[in-house]
Ligand binder design. Structure first.
Ligand code: TMP
Length: 256
């Protein structure tokens, strides 16, 4: 079945000229439940008729998955912070080019489990690498591309690490001490305070279904706003006034 396509202005500057869908990222510290919530959101949007692409960082493509293996192997305890930073960026470049941009230009909703905010939080606040350097590299890697919406799942660091222990999930970064993960959480919270329009904080200490409902509400609102903005933009471009039919169509999607 062919899903609904979203006709929203291109994602500057990477999808210039083309159509574009909606870009949503999930962020959070270890064990915050991002992957589960990203999957639930994707299933929900699919049921509503949208075409979605569920992906992750580092990963999402063959090359990026290879880089992920190198980054997260517990054998690689000699990896320097700068090598780590460059590898996360390398994986992202490939992910954007091979997967994110092609899906967005087809009007799909891309949901990624982690994106650039993770680099700021982990390599910047966690490792202590200069935020200016991270920002410069990010411009090379993403060309300034940002998600339309970022869901930040916030959870007490110890509780999250404990959750992962129960499912036997261990990787190189998780092995860092609690102090490191607390700095990462602080980093995420600072980012959310700096960009409240894009980054929406969701408490991850609640039950899975309750968190999913919170996220659905946020996503619905953002989709409506994007669709309304696009219909206003198109109208302004045509230089005309809304016909009765257009008003009905707009009200149907935006409720306004
Ligand atoms: P995941 O286990 O949530 O898939 O993430 C993989 C690990 O990589 C996790 O410990 C967070 C870390 N990470 C960074 O340190 N920097 C980044 O830019 C990204 C995307 C992930």
């Amino acid at each position: 079945m062919k899903g609904r396509k979203l006709e929203i202005p291109p994602h500057p500057p990477l999808t210039k000229g083309g159509k574009r869908g909606v870009f949503i990222s999930f962020e959070g510290t270890e064990g915050s439940g991002k992957s589960t919530q990203a999957r639930l959101l994707s299933e929900y949007l699919k049921k509503k008729g949208y075409e979605t692409v569920l992906t992750e960082e580092p990963g999402g493509t063959t090359i990026s998955r290879e880089i992920r293996r190198v980054l997260l192997s517990t054998k690689h305890d000699k990896m320097g912070y700068m090598a780590e930073l460059l590898l996360y960026n390398a994986a992202r470049i490939q992910h954007i080019k091979e997967k994110i941009i092609p899906a967005l230009t087809k009007g799909k909703i891309v949901i990624t489990d982690r994106f650039s905010d993770s680099t700021v939080a982990y390599q910047g606040y966690g490792r202590g690498i200069s935020l200016r350097l991270i920002d410069s590299l990010d411009r090379i890697a993403t060309d300034g591309m940002r998600p339309d919406l970022t869901i930040l799942l916030d959870l007490d660091v110890e509780a999250g690490l404990m959750r992962n222990k129960h499912i036997n999930k261990v990787d190189r970064l998780e092995l860092e001490d609690v102090k490191f993960h607390k700095k990462v959480r602080e980093g995420f919270l600072k980012l959310a305070a700096k960009e409240p329009k894009r980054i929406k904080l969701v408490k991850a200490s609640k039950g899975i279904n309750e968190i999913h409902r919170d996220i659905m509400r946020i996503v619905e609102k953002v989709l409506k706003a994007l669709i309304a903005r696009e219909s206003a933009r198109r109208l302004a471009k045509l230089g005309g006034t809304e016909s009765k039919l257009e008003i009905i169509a707009r009200r149907r999607v935006t409720g306004a």
